[in-house]
Structures are given as structure tokens and as C-alpha cells.
Design a protein around this ligand. Structure first.
Ligand SMILES: [Zn+2]
Length: 62
């Protein structure tokens, strides 16, 4: 699984966040850097979002 924009390998957290931010059924995934660029968020902010989703029990971030 690689980033649809820059081609870097995408982690499961990055894939989960792509689903959360773009579309639950997303078939293209993005790395933190490209998600940050698209959503004007820092990497730190994206990681905070993942933590919050995980704490909320979101099944995309087990
Ligand atoms: Zn990327």
C-alpha cells in the first residue's frame, strides 16, 4: 500500500486516517504529509486525531 500522491509506503494508521477524513470506502491512501497538505493540518495534529479516534473505539484504528 503506497501513498496515491507521493508513492511513499502508507502505514495502517495513515490508511485508517485516509478512510476517516476522505471516505470510509477509500481505495487510494495517503501518507501523513500528503493528508496534512490536503487538510491543512500538521503531522502532530493528524497523530492527535488518530489517538482521539482510537480512544473513541473507532474500528479503523485498532
Ligand atoms: Zn504522500
Amino acid at each position: 500500500m503506497t501513498c496515491a500522491k507521493c508513492g511513499r509506503p502508507v502505514s495502517s494508521d495513515e490508511a485508517g486516517l485516509t478512510r476517516k477524513l476522505i471516505n470510509r470506502g477509500a481505495t487510494e491512501f495517503y501518507c501523513f504529509d500528503c493528508l496534512g497538505e490536503m487538510f491543512h493540518a500538521s503531522r502532530e495534529k493528524l497523530e492527535d486525531m488518530i489517538l482521539a479516534f482510537r480512544e473513541a473505539g473507532c474500528t479503523l484504528f485498532l
